[in-house]
Design a protein around this ligand. Structure first.
Ligand code: AMP
Ligand code: GLY
Length: 437
């Protein structure tokens, strides 16, 4: 149960996702103050929000600050501190945390573990094998036509997945991981998968250890350039809802969510926080039932970025009670209402992203139209001036009755934002998936 006084929240992180969390929580009458560690140029822009100069990996400093300030709830944004055990560290000191433990977040930080978990619990996923050496991986790729997707086992900033078209390309990816060692320790092991064709969607779900409460479906655009070309990035934009979801909902519920919920209920370690389920929905076999076949591509143990920036503006109800309920195993009683309106979030990045970032360039922001929210990501305030400080710099999310209209509004709003080298995709939400091919 929430205390009957307004609470103090600390958000760990400093990206667009954390700004969206700050923005939404600041609207809650049940929240007295929000601290963001370390935050960015936008996270301290309301009366309730303050940035704290502590990095997400400085566990002792975060714990010390929370105990000193009597923080009631900590929300952990990024993957690295989850994988390194920030939740365990804070809970051991008596703090309440929204986010999974190190062991529970292994669903994200080891792709081999996630695949074994799915296989064990009958959750549909692409065919796969785990390889611990270059020779093992080379043998698999050359001996099997299906083995064309190569994934680094550990965390790799969304850049450790190679979706290849040929044996030669797959062999080159294996070489890059094991020989060039671009991913360090994370690349000591790879998961090799069958390449699936279909429509991707992200389904995030609140989880209290016993049950899953899905948020509306969302679609990310991971590739850097229009038409889904170029390198994978952290995410160049997102929209919600996803039209194909309505046609695949029954299959996703019965084939993915039901076994997942059963697995979470049975299994230690307990999972609480948000579970992000990355799905590929493939067309069904026309000879059998013809039903769509959802496959889980990946799990993330946290809110997505930029999915959160597309989703939270659609959340009509207060965010705090549902986060709190997740920490108490009490999701059954949580009320979560969503706006009918569609949303579209477009991310403005540094020209050279994802290869390098931008620092110290001035950012100009003009007036924004109604139903548009601007979230900062790689920004900082230096001597009173807003400047660039990262790869993904700023995003705008627009709400409108349709995804097309939301897209148009978001692009019109972006015209009021500028910084040297500003770049963005022009097709976010423009090809909203309506069918599975
Ligand atoms: P992941 O980080 O595992 O979600 O992979 C990043 C991206 O690679 C996904 O969003 C997909 O676009 C693509 N991908 C991953 N696994 C597969 C697969 N088995 N078949 C086809 N594409 C995939
Ligand atoms: N947008 C993908 C992620 O947050 O991992």
């Amino acid at each position: 149960m929430l205390p009957d006084r307004p609470v103090k929240v600390l958000i760990a992180g400093g990206g667009g996702r954390e700004h969206a969390l700050c923005w939404k929580l600041a609207q809650s009458p049940a929240v007295a103050a929000i601290y963001c560690a370390p935050g960015n140029g936008g996270t301290a822009s309301t009366d309730k929000t303050t940035n704290v100069r502590i990095g997400v990996m400085e566990f002792d400093k975060i714990a010390g600050f929370c105990l000193e300030q009597k923080i009631d709830l900590v929300v952990v944004g990024p993957d690295d501190p989850l994988a390194a055990g920030l939740v365990d560290h804070l809970e051991a000191r008596g703090l309440r945390v929204f986010g999974p433990s190190r062991q529970a977040s292994k669903l994200e930080w080891s792709k081999a573990h996630a695949k074994e978990f799915m296989a064990r619990h009958g959750i549909p996923t692409a065919r796969y094998a785990v390889c611990n050496s270059q020779s093992e991986a080379d043998k698999l790729v050359s001996g099997h036509d299906w083995a064309r997707v190569i994934k680094v086992d550990g965390l790799a900033l969304g850049k450790g997945v190679f979706v290849c078209d040929s044996q030669a390309e797959a062999t080159a990816a294996v070489k890059e991981i094991f020989e060039a060692r671009r991913f360090g320790q994370a690349g000591n092991r790879v998961v090799i998968e069958e390449k699936l064709e279909g429509e991707e969607l992200s389904l995030l779900a609140f989880c209290d250890g016993k049950r899953l409460l899905p948020l509306p479906p969302c679609q990310d655009h991971k590739r850097r350039f229009d038409g889904d070309r170029g390198p994978n990035t952290g995410g160049m934009g997102a929209y919600s809802p996803v039209p194909i979801f309505d046609r695949c909902r029954a299959e996703i519920e019965s084939r993915v969510l039901a076994p997942l919920e059963a697995a979470l209920r049975q299994g230690a370690p307990e999972y609480k926080g948000v579970l992000y389920i990355g799905l590929m929905v493939c067309a069904g076999d026309p000879d059998s039932s013809g039903a769509y076949k959802p496959h889980v591509l990946e799990f993330n143990a946290r809110f997505g970025d930029p999915e959160t920036q597309a989703l939270l503006p659609r959340l009509k109800s207060d965010l705090l009670p549902v986060l709190w309920a997740c920490t108490e195993g009490a999701l059954d009683g949580a009320e979560v209402d969503w706006l009918e309106a569609a949303s579209c979030c477009v991310v403005a990045v540094a020209e050279t992203y994802p290869n390098s970032s931008s620092r110290g360039q001035p950012i100009e922001i003009g007036a924004l139209p109604p139903d548009v929210v601007l979230f900062h990501a790689g920004t900082a305030v230096s001597r009173g001036k807003l400047e660039t400080n990262g790869g993904r710099i700023i995003s705008v999310t627009a709400l409108a009755p349709t995804i097309d209209a939301a897209g148009e509004k978001a692009y019109a709003a972006l015209k009021n934002v500028s910084f040297p080298g500003m770049a963005y995709r022009l097709d976010i939400g423009r090809r909203a998936a309506t069918r599975c091919h």
